[in-house]
Design a binder for this molecule. Structure first.
Ligand SMILES: NC(=O)c1ccc[n+]([C@@H]2O[C@H](COP(=O)([O-])OP(=O)(O)OC[C@H]3O[C@@H](n4cnc5c(N)ncnc54)[C@H](O)[C@@H]3O)[C@@H](O)[C@H]2O)c1
Length: 444
């Protein structure tokens, strides 16, 4: 570790040997993530968008001038010591999947074609009931019960670890969004959950089996999609019992990321909101899956939750009571992964005068998501080595719909999330929290 003289407050196991990053799902996001890491390793591009690779962290007083890179301050795995594995019901290797996803151009994919072709997905636990729009799903496990399928996933994890000589593993869900499920009695306790697995109950979705298998194998689990997966009392309990970090839900990338930047700005200036209309056109496979109302419902819940928690209408009824919030996703094939989002924001100012903000965001979904996958993997592994377990609220920064401890509101404001993330790192590494008070000038 350079750039720091910190003494960690907790014992942190070193990042030695190899880290295996497993992704359920080898589609647009996962292949863009893997190809991007390889491109960085080969010195062909910079890890733009990744805090673990590019961000600095201020330590101590401003006058001390200490601002190391996060990766020099905190012991994280070096990208050269990372290997990749995936599960997918579609048998395409990472090269073929990346070509089909159409995110990266041939000039980036062809020079690393051999590397990508060697990443072949393991057979998935897949059930078309939960994701109706996928075809060609031939690479799928069979088993006598959901418990049996989950045990097969555990065996995959052990085999992958042994075959690749990994010291540690971490999993990031990059698979399709599943149909909406509300948490119910089958998700209430570990015992109820495991009995439901034995009975192959409909309330147990494939993503939950991956989450259960990972936790049982001591593999931190991050949920990049809005479906429940690990966000149930049963699996939170299991993660706490087994000392495994978990986090979710739904990568915060395009429009929602923008929302969590603009809404805190409105609130900071005490400007009112009458309505926020968001619409998107999206033509990738994710867009196709979300064209199914059941999958969209899961996404919608995740996207809608953001504004209320940031704006707190219960505290500021004059400014934010009853604002209208509409979110639409339209599947429009010609646009591929290059989504276009429009936001119309009706705001209210001095003496009640209305104003409007229009945002037209031409983003690339997977280009925004890939560095998030990397950071979640490296930070979750770090959390595991630092003895942290259960919900990792400090990783809320990366999620649209952050998991929070029971009874607590999740934090959505990007800037509070960023402070929380950095202060968690400072705290673990034995540094003072930064309050921005400037006391060095005012203290007598
Ligand atoms: N790209 C973004 O900005 C963004 C943001 C937030 C969330 N997400 C979520 O990330 C996920 C991945 O997005 P994408 O664009 O890569 O989608 P994609 O359709 O390109 O890839 C998803 C892959 O998951 C596979 N899959 C489906 N069910 C599976 C299962 N049970 N086990 C293993 N694999 C399974 C599919 O076959 C597919 O290859 C989606 O759920 C999406 O909603 C993406």
């Amino acid at each position: 570790m350079q750039g720091s003289s910190s003494t960690p407050r907790v014992s942190i196991q070193p990042a030695t040997g190899k880290l295996g990053i497993l992704t359920p799902g080898l589609g647009a996001v996962a292949t863009t993530f893997i190809a991007g890491v390889e491109s960085v390793r080969r010195g062909w591009s910079a890890p733009i968008g990744s805090l673990t690779q590019m961000a600095t962290i201020r330590l101590g007083k401003r006058t001390e001038g200490r601002s190391p890179l996060i990766k020099d301050f905190v012991p994280l795995y070096d990208l050269n010591n990372v290997v990749f594995g995936a599960w997918d019901p579609i048998a395409d290797d990472a090269y073929t999947a990346a070509k089909k996803a159409g995110v990266l151009e041939d000039k980036d994919l062809e020079p690393m074609a051999d590397f990508l072709k060697a990443i072949v997905p393991m057979k998935a636990v897949f059930d078309s009931k939960y994701v109706t729009r996928l075809t060609n799903t031939t690479n799928v496990k069979t088993g006598k019960s959901k418990r049996d399928l989950a045990e097969q996933l555990r065996q995959d994890i052990r085999d992958f670890k042994a075959k690749n000589g990994c010291d540690r593993l971490v999993a990031v869900w990059c698979a399709s969004t599943e149909a909406f499920i509300k948490p119910g009695p089958k998700h209430a306790t570990v015992a109820a959950f495991e009995a439901a697995m034995d009975a192959s109950d409909d309330d147990i979705a494939p993503s939950m089996l991956y989450a259960w298998a990972c936790i049982m194998e001591g593999v931190p689990y991050c949920n990049g999609a809005p479906n429940l997966a690990v966000d149930t009392p049963a699996l939170i309990q299991l993660a706490n019992e087994r000392g495994v970090p978990i986090s979710g839900k739904d990568f915060k990338t395009g429009q929602t990321w923008m929302k969590t930047v603009i809404a805190p700005g409105l609130k900071a200036r005490m400007l009112g909101l009458a309505g926020w209309y968001s619409t998107n056109i999206l033509g990738n496979r994710d867009g196709e899956v979300l064209d199914d109302p059941a999958s969209f419902k899961t996404k919608e819940e995740s996207k809608l939750s953001v504004l209320h928690t940031i704006l707190q209408p219960e505290v500021y009824p004059q400014l934010y009571k009853d604002f209208s919030h509409v979110v639409r996703i339209n599947y429009y094939p010609p646009r591929g992964d290059n989504k276009e989002g429009w936001d119309n924001i009706d705001i209210v100012g001095w003496m009640g005068y209305p104003m409007q903000i229009k945002v037209n965001f031409l983003c690339r979904d997977s280009i925004l998501a890939a560095p998030i996958v990397l950071d979640l993997a490296l930070f979750s592994d770090f959390a595991m080595r630092a003895g942290m377990k259960g919900i990792q609220e400090w990783l809320s920064f990366y999620y649209k719909s952050p998991m929070a401890a029971p009874g607590l509101q999740p934090e959505h404001d990007l800037f509070i999330q960023q402070t929380k993330l950095k202060n968690t790192l400072r705290h673990l590494m034995g540094e003072e929290q930064i309050t921005h008070l400037g006391l060095e000038y005012y203290a007598s």
